[in-house]
Ligand binder design. Structure first.
Ligand SMILES: [Ca+2]
Ligand SMILES: [Ca+2]
Length: 369
């Protein structure tokens, strides 16, 4: 329960938030890219074998080569999305929607799984992550919980101080997404949230699936088209195509897209491959580590085939712990901020964090049949 640690120390949140500030690349850390055979013929899996049973709720994403990262004309792109670099990705099946409360509930009913946000906090474990001599907080504070968005009453002083709109809520978890007293009743078709990385992995293991790599996610979101958004290049169509934050983040939400908070899956039109909510609604976990320097190294090394991302996480603006890449933005993403509803946008979340606007979707590649 390291996230409690961050709340306790007031350091937290950083990139975990709805969006993050522009990242600058600094000469620290190190990472290695995946395999990178260049100047050789690449044979990709573009279609699936006849007779194979398409997994329920999934569609086939044809393999292909594309430029991963910021589009040339994208003025909103952050440094960590640059430079765009060539990748080749085999085809795979992907879930058409974010994993829903109904689906996660079925998993929990069958397995008895308890998510990270629901587990008691072990002080003995927690204190090992804190500076020596840190006094034990009162037991009333050492309770399971998660992070909730809280709209500030007044204009915020800085987009860098995430504590202005995030609060630690004891009792918040996937079954009580808005905290004690709330429930998922009537929200079976909403994406499950407050999911930490290991929770997503447990669901994947149970369902015979896995999380997408960032390259897979981006190939699928782009739908084989070279556009900034899942629907094209016109940002004025945002509210018709995605659940994001319309208005002035985080104090005023005009609900132009119909929702202030999370929306049921499939509320907005799918992309060209039949995938819903790849832009907005809830962030989606991938299996890649977030390393803000990785794209430069990937470009230097040439064509990346089925890349699995950086081997080492690195984000000088992050919370100091390794982060996994999350994609697509959420209902809290705003055009005036980091505009993470763009296909190339990437942020991070630590593996021991859960938040009100982070969920996931699954994939299944042919080697998993
Ligand atoms: Ca909205
Ligand atoms: Ca999404």
């Amino acid at each position: 329960m390291k996230f409690y640690n961050k709340i306790l120390l007031g350091s937290c949140l950083a990139v975990l938030a709805s969006c993050g500030p522009n990242s600058e690349n600094k000469d620290q850390g190190n990472q290695e890219s995946s395999q990178a055979p260049s100047n050789q013929e690449i044979e990709l899996i573009t279609d699936y074998p006849s007779g194979i049973e398409i997994p329920e709720g999934m569609v086939w994403i044809p393999g292909g080569k594309f430029l991963q990262g910021a589009k040339q004309a994208d003025e909103l792109a952050l440094d960590q999305e640059k430079p765009a670099h060539p990748v080749a990705v085999d085809g795979f099946f992907m879930k058409t929607t974010e994993v829903t409360n109904r689906e996660f509930q079925e998993f929990v009913r069958e397995t008895g799984y308890v998510t990270l946000a629901e587990r008691p906090i072990d002080w003995e474990e927690l204190k090992q992550q804190l500076p020596p001599g840190t006094p034990k907080p009162h037991d009333s504070l050492l309770q399971p919980g998660s992070l909730l968005f809280k709209k500030p009453n007044t204009a915020i002083t800085s987009h860098h101080d995430f504590l202005q709109w995030w609060e630690w809520k004891i009792g918040a978890n996937w079954q009580q997404p808005e905290g004690p007293g709330s429930s998922i009743e009537g929200k079976e078709n909403y994406p499950v949230v407050h999911i930490a990385y290991e929770d997503a992995l447990a669901y994947c293991q149970w369902s015979g699936t896995r999380l997408p790599t960032e390259a897979e996610w981006e190939l699928a979101a782009g739908g084989g088209l070279d556009h900034t958004f899942t629907w094209g290049d016109d940002i004025s169509l945002l509210a018709e195509h995605a659940n994001t934050w319309n208005g002035t983040f985080p104090v005023e939400n005009t609900k132009l897209d119909g929702f202030e908070g999370v929306a049921p899956v499939k509320t907005y039109p799918p992309n060209s491959l039949g995938l819903y909510d790849m832009a907005g609604n809830v962030w989606e976990l991938t299996s890649d580590w977030l390393n803000v320097q990785y794209y430069q190294q990937a470009k230097d090394e040439g064509l990346q085939v089925n890349p699995t991302g950086a081997k080492t996480a690195y984000n000088p603006h992050g919370p100091g712990q390794p982060e996994k890449v999350i994609k697509g933005g959420s209902y809290l993403c705003n055009a005036s901020y980091c505009a993470s509803f763009r296909v190339s946008a990437r942020m991070g979340t630590t593996t021991d964090s859960s938040l009100e606007h982070v969920g996931f979707r699954t994939v299944k590649s042919l080697d998993m049949f």
